[in-house]
Design a protein around this ligand. Structure first.
Ligand SMILES: [Fe+2]
Length: 205
């Protein structure tokens, strides 16, 4: 990727970050190449510490829904919703529950504090409605500056938990608009899976 030596010395702002993400998503067509190229951009954005303060604290008076006890801010909307950049504020002990992403890639990173993620692989063939056998494949504690990704066809079922007593701030680049999609939510203990439509919402819109 060509780089501008003058820009390298300027603060890496949300606007510059979004422009770089747009260039990658425009240029590349496979999930593997997109996430590979977005991870270093997100790492650079996290290290620059230019996320505006208003996106680093929980939305006041937000009411938790069945699948969202965390604040979600939309930071940038890519053209045609090819991607969205979001910040999430996780309360102490809060999390997502085990879920997938409707076929979309995600690149995620921690800005403040810690996020624990658990990845699962699906053991069954998906032919039985409401049923999914999962096996835990990986756990990861992400600290400020750490980045990771979700991509299909594997490594796509996961859970996020803030294991600490303080809020966690994370930044996510999502390959679509997560608030407009039907996500599957899994219960690994009972092998139940439930599709849930449009349950997530942005707290700044
Ligand atoms: Fe997720």
């Amino acid at each position: 990727m060509a780089s501008n030596p003058i820009r390298e010395h300027e603060p890496y702002t949300l606007e510059a970050f979004a422009a770089d993400v747009d260039a990658v998503v425009t240029r590349e067509s496979t999930q593997a190449r997109i996430v590979q190229q977005l991870e270093p951009l997100l790492a650079r954005f996290l290290a620059a510490e230019t996320l505006p303060d208003q996106f680093c604290c929980a939305a006041p008076n937000r009411i938790a829904s069945d699948h969202q006890d965390f604040t979600l801010y939309r930071l940038h909307r890519g053209s045609g919703d090819r991607f969205n950049i979001m910040a999430a504020i996780w309360p102490a002990g809060g999390g997502t529950g085990v879920h997938d992403h409707a076929g979309n890639w995600v690149v995620e990173g921690v800005y403040r504090n810690k996020l624990h993620t658990i990845r699962y692989v699906r053991q069954d063939d998906g032919s039985q409605p409401g049923h999914a056998d999962l096996r835990k494949s990986m756990t990861l504690d992400m600290l400020p500056g750490d980045v990771a990704h979700v991509q299909y066809p594997d490594q796509y079922i996961h859970d996020f938990i803030n294991p600490t007593e303080q809020p966690t701030v994370s930044v996510h680049i999502y390959g679509g608009d997560i608030t407009q999609e039907t996500l599957n939510y899994f219960d690994p203990a009972t092998s139940a899976v439930e599709p849930v439509a449009h349950d997530l919402s942005y707290d700044n819109e």
